[in-house]
Design a protein around this ligand. Structure first.
Ligand code: PLP
Length: 349
């Protein structure tokens, strides 16, 4: 497997911009046209006048310790959404190459393909919302450079089969990216270790869900050193700002709180699932390895609008390909979940 063959030639040959802070973060810094005197917003605990570290060293060290993968295999983006986009940019020539996505799934894979003028080929998930291995294998052509998979999958909430993912990575010369945004809520620990060792396989994760840091916009990838270097090559010079870096480091230093939040969400998820199962006109409740539950009803739009009129906003996913009739609800606080269940009963019982 030679991943280099999959990369766009212009990206392989790219001489990246070298930013001033790449070589020096300390000293008498007169190299980056910063404001050395200070900044308009000044606190002694917050230095804002210097560009941040383009090599993301502090974050790479902290997450390396957190998930036990080498720093060289980690890259941080402005949310995992930025990393999804960078993968398309690195591997796909516009109007030439193709990406495979398996719907129903997270909408940004297709949007990133569309904005880059790259064809997104949909190979639907099977009736259990798992990878249709033969169909995906058959869909791969010499134009296919990338396959996006989401595990646990948004919106069906299930993990994809690990065996199928690795069978694909083994049998096809394609870069496979598994989005593990919801892995913290799953029974299994994910595939980060495998991403370090498998040249055509990468994992994306985020601080937006279990860590409760969605406003900050920070996600990361675990990939081979080769692919990680490509991500650094194509990113904006200072994509991760200092405020983001500092506050994510603070989050990581409070792992107990993270574990507590996950625990609370799992308890509530189980409680909502049990309540939904008791409502006869809820036709199906999908088992969840995520922080949301998808459930099918007869008239999803009516149910959605009723809840909306009560100030409860869930996601109507019933028009999504291969997901007819389904609504998706995120796990909220105990009070929010009680209100949701109460109003759902009002309209469905
Ligand atoms: C599967 C999946 N991946 C990525 C994201 C975006 O994550 P981030 O906030 O890190 O950009 C989401 C957001 O809902 C998601 O559902």
């Amino acid at each position: 497997m030679n991943v280099e063959n999959l990369v766009r030639k212009n990206i392989l040959n790219l001489k990246p911009y070298t930013s001033a802070r790449e070589s020096h973060l300390d000293g008498i810094l007169l190299d980056a046209n910063e404001n050395s005197i200070g900044s308009v917003v000044a606190h002694d605990w917050l230095e804002l006048n210097r560009y941040p570290d383009p090599n993301q060293r502090a974050l790479r060290k902290a997450v390396s310790d957190l998930i036990s993968v080498p720093q060289e295999n980690l890259f941080f983006g402005v949310g995992s959404d930025e990393i999804i986009e960078l993968f398309v940019k690195i591997f796909c020539n516009p109007r030439e190459d193709e990406v495979i996505i398996c719907e129903p799934t997270y909408g940004m894979y297709k949007v990133c393909c569309d904005t880059n003028d790259v064809a997104a080929k949909n190979v639907p998930l099977d009736s259990n919302f798992d990878i249709d291995l033969d169909a995906v294998k058959n869909a791969v052509t010499e134009k296919t450079k990338l396959i996006f998979l989401c595990s646990p999958n948004n919106p069906s909430a299930n993990m994809l089969s690990k065996e199928k993912i690795f069978e694909l990575a083994k049998s096809k010369e394609v870069m496979i990216v598994v989005d593990e945004a919801y892995i913290d809520f799953a029974k299994h620990s994910g595939l980060a270790k495998e991403a370090v060792q498998t040249p055509n396989f990468a994992v994306i994760r985020t601080f937006s869900k279990a860590w409760g840091m969605a406003a900050v916009r920070c996600g990361y990838s675990v990939a081979s050193e080769f692919v990680t270097k490509l991500l650094f090559k194509v990113k904006a010079p200072y994509n991760i700002n200092k405020l983001t870096s500092d506050i994510i480091l603070r989050a990581i230093s409070n792992k107990e709180k993270y574990l507590k939040l996950v625990d609370e969400i799992l308890n509530e998820r189980n409680r909502i699932a049990a309540a939904l199962e008791e409502i006869k006109r809820v036709k199906k409740v999908l088992p969840s390895d995520a922080n949301f539950i998808s459930f099918a009803v007869d008239k999803p739009q009516t149910v959605f609008s009723y809840l909306e009129s009560k100030g409860i906003i869930i996601r109507d996913r019933s028009n999504q390909f291969n997901f007819n009739g389904y609504l998706r609800v995120s796990v909220g606080t105990i009070e929010e979940n009680n209100k949701f269940i109460e109003e759902l009963k009002n309209i469905l019982l």
